[in-house]
Design a protein around this ligand. Structure first.
Ligand code: ADP
Length: 745
């Protein structure tokens, strides 16, 4: 009997050494580590009890109660150890898919185990245990032992059941050693229950602890696992980034290609109509590109927790009407009827983030237009008004392609486009709905989708906004006003020539006196040389000296108090606000939006009411009265179609002036090329003459110069020489008409 003591003694020594190594090594904090720690400590206690058991059976006659305490304590140990191992099995077979709070689950298991253990200990100390000892064979028996064996059998069955049911999880986690442990424990159980004289349960437990240590619980192995996990995550993030980049590069390249391609077409265009069509395509492609870039910025902003809710008073009905108008071009030629129904009881003034409300509805409405080929789009908005709360129910229902039930889950995932094979001709990034859902949630609302594949989809958005009683101040009124800032001086600072060109063009509409410079130093020079401006528009990203640095230096100049507006492509809200902090009076995002520019100009330049001319027609009339268009018409100049092309009479007049200036250099050049018999360069001059004539409605001159251009390209010098006089007569005639019209003569 005593020789069997060698098992627990050896086990105790080994486990002791192992625990020193284990507890000495730095470990990762995890639930499994924590359980393993208890498994080791309980086993050490169990081994001590087991060694004592060998002594206890011999002294039972003398010290009955102590012996019984030891024997029953050992039985309780076996139960307690099994329960702890039970927690380990439960935790490691936990399915990741079920959204269980692991910490709470672990705590619950612990509490249940404590209760069961206490209950079992109580039973054990009430039930008798008997000792059989015939001198050669010694073992314990009785109801206490029978209950232990039954309970251990149940626990092992639970382990086996758990492992079989969750085999996939075990395999994923490479926890096959657990199965080895369970098999070993089952064997120990079978041997122990059939041969009670040998106490091998505790030694069996020690062996399992060793097995676990060398396979799954060694801190080094754990560390490697953690590293592998981190590597997996990094790889996944990297793959997501690669997917994102390839997705984006495709999405960004498509409109960029169109922009580059159509721009080249404009360069080579033969007539104005063709050029205008190409320009329209460029605008569409640029808008797509802007949409994509904005989408990326929005999603990054949301994910970085930088998206803010900016509440203001607004008129929802006005937004809805505008959105309805805006969606029509998206529907285009498609056979779709757009039906709207906005509840009559929509409050006049709501308080909330109107920009985000607009964005949410636009995204869903645009999708309805994009993914529907024919039928109807129903755009309904109803509301439930309660005290000062308005619960909006926005429903957008289409008869489009619909969404497969199994794909609805993916709908709001970023960069996820469904039905890819059908999407080849529909542009999109898979960001719209991801942004929409997050925006709706940020505003405390929700979005619900119902869809039948092939039949259509219904998106319902629930949003709650505050009702305000005050009268809504229609900020957009400014759109309907024509602003005039005669003699007001603006300095435009931008290193990009194209940006300057676009800027000047936009600013010209306001009759401003514009000066442009290409860097911060030139701007500082201008101010230092006592040039006065009413407003400075300054690019932020400039080589040599940045916009911010330029502003700092300007502020050091005595008496400098001109408002400076930052021109920034940095659309992130927090960043843009930063410019105000450093001293800019305002900011404009690039590309500059007309309405934003108007707001800035009227805020910083025109405070005087009389400078605003309220109605466009009046302005036109005023201009028309100044110059006699009929005189041009009488001379067979197609003024009407030119004005249509150029936008307004003002622009037309400006272009006429440019034409006169241009002729001053163009005519001597033409003569020079003719004298040199340089047909190719003559053709280039004729190309410009033809384009200008088409813009300005000089029909005959356009025709003559086209012929000259074509013949020039064919190197037909004799034709050019022959018809040059005819062309020059027409040119001179036009010049004198235009001069007379403009009052230059
Ligand atoms: P995008 O339209 O840019 O691809 P979204 O996030 O707006 O991205 O939409 C994700 C996907 O959901 C789309 O690619 C499309 O397959 C599907 N989808 C969205 N709205 C509808 C709709 N009204 N009808 C059918 N499919 C839709």
């Amino acid at each position: 009997m005593k020789s069997f003591m060698a098992f627990p003694i050896c086990s105790l020594i080994y486990i002791f050494i192992l625990s020193i190594i284990y507890f000495y090594k730095p470990r990762i904090k995890s639930i499994e580590n924590n359980i393993y720690k208890y498994i080791i400590i309980t086993n050490i206690i169990g081994l001590i009890f087991e060694i004592l058991c060998y002594v206890a059976v011999d002294m039972v006659d003398k010290y009955y109660f102590i012996s019984m305490f030891i024997l029953k304590g050992y039985v309780v140990y076996i139960f307690a150890w099994s329960l702890i191992f039970n927690i380990y099995v439960f935790m490691t077979t936990l399915s990741k898919k079920k959204k269980i709070n692991v910490d709470v689950y672990y705590e619950k298991l612990q509490v249940i185990s404590y209760i069961l253990c206490a209950f079992f200990a109580a039973i054990m100390f009430c039930l008798p245990i008997y000792i059989y000892n015939d001198g050669t064979l010694t073992y314990t028996y009785g109801p206490g032992i029978n209950i232990l064996l039954i309970l251990c059998g149940v626990i092992i069955s639970i382990w086996i059941y758990k492992c079989i049911r969750n085999f996939k999880n075990l395999r994923e986690k490479k926890y096959i050693p657990i199965i080895a442990c369970i098999i070993m424990l089952s064997l120990v159980f079978v041997i122990q229950s059939s041969n009670r004289a040998i106490l091998i349960a505790t030694t069996g437990h020690s062996l399992i602890i060793f097995l676990m240590y060398f396979t799954i619980e060694n801190p080094d192995v754990k560390l490697i696992n953690q590293l592998e996990l981190a590597k997996d995550q990094a790889e996944k993030a990297n793959n997501a980034k690669t997917d994102f980049l390839s997705n984006m590069s495709h999405e960004i390249r498509t409109p960029l290609n169109a922009i580059v391609g159509f721009s080249q077409c404009i360069e080579n265009a033969d007539n104005l109509e063709e050029a205008k069509e190409d320009a329209r395509d460029i605008v569409t492609a640029s808008q797509n590109l802007l949409e994509i870039v904005n989408g990326i910025l929005d999603i990054s902003k949301i994910e970085a927790d930088k998206m803010e809710i900016v509440n203001t008073e607004y008129n929802l009905r006005e937004i809805l009407d505008n959105l309805t108008k805006l969606i029509l071009p998206r529907i285009g030629e498609k056979d779709i009827e757009l039906k709207t129904n906005f509840a009559l009881d929509l409050p006049d003034v709501l308080y909330g983030d109107s920009g985000k409300v607009k964005q949410i509805i636009t995204n869903v409405l645009t999708n309805a237009a994009k993914y529907t080929e024919k039928g109807e789009i129903n755009f309904n908005v109803s509301c439930v008004n309660n005290k000062n709360q308005c619960r909006l129910v926005i429903t957008i229902k289409d008869t489009g392609r619909g969404i497969k039930t199994e794909q609805i889950d993916k709908l709001f995932t970023k960069f996820q486009r469904l039905d890819e094979d059908k999407n080849t001709t529909t542009e999109g990034t898979g960001l719209g709905l991801a942004i929409t859902k997050r925006l709706v949630e940020m505003m405390g609302g929700k979005i619900v989708v119902q869809s039948e594949y092939g039949e259509g989809s219904t998106f319902t958005i629930y949003l709650t906004q505050e009702i305000r009683n005050g009268l809504y101040k229609k900020e957009e009124l400014i759109e309907n006003e024509i602003l005039k800032f005669d003699n007001k001086k603006v300095l435009l600072v931008d290193d990009n020539k194209l940006n300057i060109k676009v800027g000047i063009k936009k600013l010209k509409e306001y009759n401003l006196d514009i000066t442009s410079v290409e860097n911060g130093f030139e701007c500082i020079n201008k101010i230092e040389n006592n040039n006065k401006y009413d407003l400075i528009l300054m690019d932020i990203m400039m080589p040599k000296i940045s916009g911010v640095e330029t502003l700092k230096r300007l502020k050091q100049i005595e008496d400098f108090n001109t408002p400076v507006i930052a021109l920034t492509a940095d659309a992130i809200q927090g960043r843009a606000d930063k410019y105000l902090e450093v001293g800019f009076s305002g900011y404009l995002s690039k590309p500059i939006e007309d309405n934003e520019l108007r707001k800035v100009l009227s805020k910083f330049i025109s405070n005087k009411k009389e400078e605003k001319v309220e109605i466009v027609e009046e302005v036109k009339q005023e201009k028309n009265n100044q110059l006699d268009i009929d005189y041009l018409k009488e001379n067979d100049i197609d003024v009407d179609s030119s004005i249509e092309l150029l936008g307004d009479i003002e622009m037309y007049n400006d272009t006429l002036k440019d034409f006169l200036t241009e002729c001053e250099t163009r005519i001597p050049k033409m003569k020079e090329h003719l004298d040199n018999e340089d047909a190719a360069n003559y053709a280039i001059c004729m190309h410009s003459m033809k384009s200008d004539s088409k813009y300005l409605g000089f029909k005959k001159l356009a025709e003559l110069s086209l012929n000259q251009e074509l013949e020039g390209k064919n190197n037909n010098i004799s034709y050019i020489q022959e018809h040059n006089q005819e062309l020059m007569d027409e040119v001179n005639k036009i010049i004198s008409i235009v001069k007379k019209y403009l009052g230059d003569e």
